[in-house]
Design a protein around this ligand. Structure first.
Ligand code: HEM
Length: 179
């Protein structure tokens, strides 16, 4: 998994919980915390950090994943090149499609070892988008947070329902409703 995800995570922990908690998380996970944005690391190390943070803060790991996704959206967005398709994108539904059809594909071209999730679109109307999140990394709550961050970015309010189609969050159906 790309280092930018790790560096963003550590920045967020420091911002929200302080340097001392970040140190405890790294110590507890047996992690030196040496990540660079362009490096590549085992995604299980991120899971370990989230689990440690959850133990220390007594917040559920799902909540931490979600908060992380929501706050990381803008930083990921700001790394995007100025392309025409990005400018044409006016709302969250279009953006989620762009992530699947363009952004995550570019991520894979740039970093062959990266492995972003797959979205399969089930149905769409003006006010509803249904898609399946599929990833062996089971980070559907990061996905939830990113979609919320995306809606914030476009000044939209979305109701988001998640329906686990697997037993481990590797396949989750997202129902987005514009309110
Ligand atoms: C609505 C917006 C987005 C959603 C829902 C989304 C979803 C996700 C999720 C859930 C992951 C975690 C890995 C997994 O679950 O398998 C991920 C990874 C990633 N995403 Fe996105 N993403 C979004 C926007 C973006 C943007 C704007 C970028 C900009 C470059 C981006 C680049 C990446 C990268 C680099 C990874 C790490 C992949 C790896 O190293 O294996 N994503 N994305």
């Amino acid at each position: 998994m790309k280092g930018i995800i790790f560096t963003e995570f550590m920045d967020l922990v420091e911002d929200k919980f302080g340097l001392e908690v970040l140190d405890q998380v790294l110590d507890g996970a047996g992690d030196e915390g040496v990540y660079t944005a362009v490096g590549s690391y085992d995604h299980r190390d991120l899971v370990k950090l989230i689990v440690k943070l959850s133990e220390i803060t007594e917040l559920p790991p799902e909540t931490l994943q979600q908060v992380f996704g929501q706050s990381v959206f803008n930083n990921l967005y700001s790394t995007l090149p100025n392309s025409a398709s990005l400018h044409e994108c006016k709302n969250s539904f279009q953006f989620v499609r762009l992530v699947e059809d363009y952004i995550h594909i570019e991520v894979k071209k740039l970093y062959p070892e990266a492995n972003p999730p797959k979205f399969e679109f089930i149905s769409e109307s003006e006010t509803e988008l249904v898609f399946d999140y599929k990833s062996a990394r089971c980070m559907s709550h990061v996905c939830l947070g990113l979609v919320q961050g995306c809606a914030d970015h476009f000044n939209e309010q979305l109701e988001i329902a998640m329906d686990d189609q697997s037993s481990n969050n590797s396949h989750v159906r997202f129902h987005l409703t514009l309110v």
